[in-house]
Design a binder for this molecule. Structure first.
Ligand code: KG4
Ligand code: ZN
Length: 346
């Protein structure tokens, strides 16, 4: 089966071509620079960019895969959750393409797709679900922080999510308070690598709470109060690196401890992680250390598959079609608030 997938839920326009579990191409047109001057994603600008970029990205993805539109057997797109108008571009493009080619079109939940990105290896790659094990999966991005028990392929239960800010949002907001550019996560990661994570003690919200939910708004507020008391600290290059390392350590600590605790409780053998924050070097290293200490195997999404991409949408779309999920009606609409718990499991 040759399947073309489109992802336009936020600020990356991505088109991938999947062939029987192999990613033949995965083109990503990032809008980060466009939104940088506004300090965050501007939905209207994102929508216009998707409209401008999706067709060139689709042409490039097909060319890289060595295929033509007539070779496609199916189309997939992110149906939700995400920015409404941004989603609309990708979903309607996919529906039009499927209608013109007279092939089935499948709508995919963006977060459910993140659950499968750690099982895609290499670029271009084989999605080797043969290696799949029941796992506890952490999805950490700018918009979401989710802990999920994936019991089998296409069978999962959401354990917890953030009660307020997402982990990536906490990185970005703390970075802004420190005077760093958007998106702050990657910049903090770089500065933190030269700083002392024990220099300043920031709170680890809900760390001792036995539940699986997260909360990061208090941590961000504590950074604000700290900087109000110590206004010139962020201007000192060494202190700035120590501050980045200390804030990062607090976020990473919470993510790692809660993920491992859930994995132990549910008696799984495998832990996985994906989403933009999974690019963070400290999170990757600390998860690896903790998993080794507690005897879990760890599957982290490849860096280019951590952030939003159409490869994961296509891999899951193809899996769903193969397992008999019906194609989407041509008049089906986007689902901007589609939660992972709502009707996506089996
Ligand atoms: O998954 P993603 O590309 O988009 C969504 O939010 O859906 O994630 C973007 C988030 C941003 O908050 C960004 O700051 C964060 O991921 N991020 C990082 C790193 N790379 C990206 N956070 C910490 N360290 C990084 N290296
Ligand atoms: Zn995402």
């Amino acid at each position: 089966m040759n399947l073309l997938a489109i992802e336009t839920s936020c600020d990356e326009t991505s088109v991938a071509v999947i062939q029987n579990g192999r990613v033949l191409s995965n083109v990503v047109a990032s809008q980060i620079q466009l939104h940088q001057e506004y300090g965050g994603v501007v939905p209207e600008l994102a929508t216009r960019e998707h409209l401008r970029n999706w067709l060139p990205a689709a042409r490039a993805a097909l060319e890289k895969a060595g295929l033509e539109p007539k070779d496609l057997h199916a189309v997939a797109a992110t149906q939700g959750p995400g920015l409404p108008n941004a989603l609309l571009i990708g979903l309607k493009a996919a529906q039009a393409l499927a209608f013109a080619l007279e092939v089935p079109m499948i709508g995919v939940n963006h977060h459910e797709a993140h659950l499968y990105s750690p099982w895609i290896s290499g670029q271009p790659s084989v999605a080797h679900f043969e290696a799949f094990q029941p796992n506890v999966s952490l999805i950490v991005s700018g918009g979401h922080t989710l802990l999920v028990h994936v019991r089998a392929l296409l069978d999962h239960v959401v354990l917890g999510s953030t009660l307020d800010d997402a982990a990536g949002e906490c990185f970005d907001k703390a970075a802004k308070l420190l005077g760093l550019p958007y998106p702050g996560g990657p910049v903090m990661d770089r500065l933190a690598s030269e700083g002392n994570p024990k220099a300043y003690d920031f709170p680890r919200p809900l760390l001792k709470d036995p539940g699986d939910d997260f909360s990061f708004a208090g941590l961000k507020t504590s950074v604000r109060y700290f900087l109000q008391k110590n206004p010139s600290l962020a201007d000192d290059p060494k202190a700035l690196k120590d501050l980045c390392a200390s804030v990062q350590a607090a976020i990473v600590d919470v993510l790692v401890v809660k993920t491992i605790r859930a994995a132990k409780r549910l008696n799984v053998k495998c832990v996985t992680a994906s989403g933009g924050v999974t690019c963070n070097r400290s999170l990757r290293a600390e998860l690896a250390k903790a998993c080794e200490r507690h005897g879990f195997s760890l599957r982290l999404a490849e860096r280019e598959l951590c952030t939003d991409n159409a490869a994961m949408i296509g891999i899951l779309g193809e899996l769903k079609l193969q397992r008999g999920q019906p194609a989407l009606d041509p008049d089906e609409e986007i689902r901007p608030s589609w939660s992972l718990t709502e009707g996506v499991s089996r």
